[in-house]
Design a binder for this molecule. Structure first.
Ligand SMILES: *[C@@H]1O[C@H](CO)[C@@H](O)[C@H](O)[C@H]1NC(C)=O
Length: 145
């Protein structure tokens, strides 16, 4: 009886481990990055597109930060696994736009991480100022909810 119980526990442990390992990464939800910026992503539609809002913790301007809308798409929306995606944030307090690309990774415990790279394009007065118009960076998001 005792050994049967032991095997049952082992089977359950293996099963839950297996389930975690094949868990599909889901972009929908509330995410926070290393700077404390928060973003909410909607569920994907049938085409794999989504919308959301971005509340940044940092800005290159002195203007008051406003929550800003975002629009994006996930690659292969029907598949399991660790999908790539992209989205743009249309800043409501600055003449700039940021494009993010990234991939969602899931570890063995089911913890999801969005590893992203972004380009921020600022509006400049003339073509002579293009050299300083673009910033590049990386950002790592983890799920809050
Ligand atoms: C992100 O959310 C947390 C928890 O609600 C909050 O403390 C923090 O101020 C938020 N960050 C921004 C930039 O709004």
């Amino acid at each position: 009886m005792k050994s049967l119980f032991c095997c049952l526990l082992l089977a359950l442990a293996l099963l839950s481990h297996h389930t975690a390992a094949i868990r599909k990464c889901d972009l929908q939800g509330l995410w926070r990055n290393e700077l404390g910026s928060n973003m909410t992503l909607s569920a994907l539609d049938a085409a794999g597109t989504f919308s959301g809002s971005y509340h940044t913790a940092v800005a290159a301007t002195n203007k008051q930060i406003l929550v800003s809308p975002l629009q994006g798409a996930q690659q292969h929306p029907g598949d399991k696994g660790q999908p790539t995606f992209g989205f743009t944030v249309h800043w409501q307090f600055a003449d700039s736009i940021t494009a993010f690309v990234g991939q969602c990774f899931v570890d063995r415990r089911g913890k999801e991480t969005l590893e992203t790279t972004w380009l921020l394009r600022e509006e400049v007065p003339s073509r002579r100022d293009i050299w300083k118009a673009t910033r590049v960076g990386t950002s790592i998001f983890t799920r809050v909810k």
